[in-house]
Each structure stands twice: as C-alpha cells, then as structure tokens.
Design a protein around this ligand. Sequence first.
Ligand SMILES: [Zn+2]
Length: 312
Amino acid sequence: MVDTMKMVVKSALFQTLLMVSIEKVFGVINGKMVVILMYHGVIEDRADLSCWWQLPYKNFVWQMCYLKEENYNVIHLKDLIRIMNSGESLPDRCVVLTFDDGYENNFTLAYPLLRALKLPATIFLTTDLIGTDTLLWSDEVFLYSSLNGLAEDPNSFKNMPSTKKNEILSHLRARFKADAALLDTHKYFKLLNWQQVDEMKASGWIDFGAHSCTHEILSQLDEPTLCYEIKNSCSRIGQLSKPVFFAFPNGRTEDYDARAIELLRESGVACALTAQRGLNSYNQDPFDMKRIAIGNKTSQAEFKLLCSGAIE
Ligand SMILES: [Zn+2]
C-alpha cells in the first residue's frame, strides 16, 4: 500500500516536471555530464516475471527509439574513456548503454534492435559462465525464492561467504532438479555463448567488458579467489577487446574494496563501473563510474528525466 502510494506520488511528480519541459533545461545544464545506463536482460513474452532486471522488450524498444528521436549522443564506452583521457571535449548530451551479466536475450532481442538503430552498447560478461548451462547464483536465488524454496532471506546471500552460499545452492539444485516451473523459467536467465559474443563483436555495435568469472561479490573473497575472479575474467575479455573495462558484480560500495581496485589497475583495466546511481563528470574517477539502473518499473516519464540528468 505504501509502495503504491509512493509510485502514484512519484509518477505525478514526473508528469509535472515534464509539463514544464524540465528535461530540456537539464539537457542543457548537464550537457557535459554523462549518463551511463545500466541494463541487464530484455524479455519478450513474460511481462509477469517480476524481477526488475529483466526489462519487457516493448519498454526497451520505446527507450531506444526515444534516445534516437531526441538526438542523444549514444556513444561507445571505449569512446567515452578515450575522450576523457585525451582531454578532447565531450559531445553534448552523451549517453552510454551498458548491459551486465551477459544474458542470451541480449543477443536475441536487444542486439537486433541496437544494430538496426545504430546504437552502440557494451555488455559485461561473467566469463566462466558464458557458453555453459549454469545460471548466475543470484538468478538461482531469485528462482528458488519464487518457488518458496528458500529458508533464508534472498538478500542474505549477498553477504554470505561463497562456500556457505554454494553449499546451500547445491542442495537447492538437487531439490528442484526436475521442477517444471523452474525449468520453464530457466531459459529467461540463460547466458550467452562465445559464438554469439563473436557475432555481436564483429558487427562493431557491441563491445564487451569483464564482470568477474562467476559473479562472486568481490569484497567477500579471500586474496587468491579475488585474484582469480579479476585476472582471469580480464584476460579472457582482453582476447576480444582492448582496453579492458570492468563492471563490479552487484556494484554497491560494499561489494568491492581497495584490493579489487588495485588488482584491476595491475591488470591494465581502463575503467570500472559501479551500480551506484549518478551522473559522471568529465573528470570522473575511472574506477568509480556511476550508472543509472533501468528496470521493469522505469516509466517513460522517469526515463526522459533520467536521460536528461534532471533526476538521478
Ligand atoms: Zn551482475
């Protein structure tokens, strides 16, 4: 009830801001601030699947067409970093598109539209899981909790040592192995394979970054595991694309630490993206890049205001 009230108030506020064309005013004021949008999955036929990170395809189509029609400068992340490092001036109203995790639906749904509209994007891959049937552990937690299979609070998994988390998950895998509802939903969370990655890369519209090897939360890891997650994922991505970019798994400030940033620098990584909400200035710390998460509840009014920098 409180959430519904909040949404009604928020929506009324957004409509009022748009009525006075505030997004146009902020488009000018924030002309030199860069908006990096953070997507995950895009799904076509399961609007009822209530996880925020799987965006209904029709919303995605509307958002990409809006960026095109409003003449936003949608640029590759690699171009943004090159411009920031070179001291050249940034084009006005820059937007960078990013996708985390490496879902197969990035290839089947998002990529054909991006290519048709000539919009560049960067996909951050969970490298050890690409080309396998293994899902992200966080998606497994979501699926088991939606089947009432969890004794624990789903959020508690984020702060759990990986050995304990993997032990619980292996019990749940065995328990739900033949569950029809699980198997039906499984496909929406499937990850890309390397042929799909290569095909997108060859198009020139899609670039790739590293998102660790297995999506473990970096601040929870001991030194050798942390080293493995960073160095191996960056070296795999380095075979595809240089310079290497990284997106922190889960991306909150508490999900990574100085050890991780040091290892990224040692690995020659050019920038690291967080999931902290905000705009980026011309002088942004390249290891503290902010993003704006777009989810299944992002309305058209909110999207317009977010892209202009009128709200964060
Ligand atoms: Zn992720």
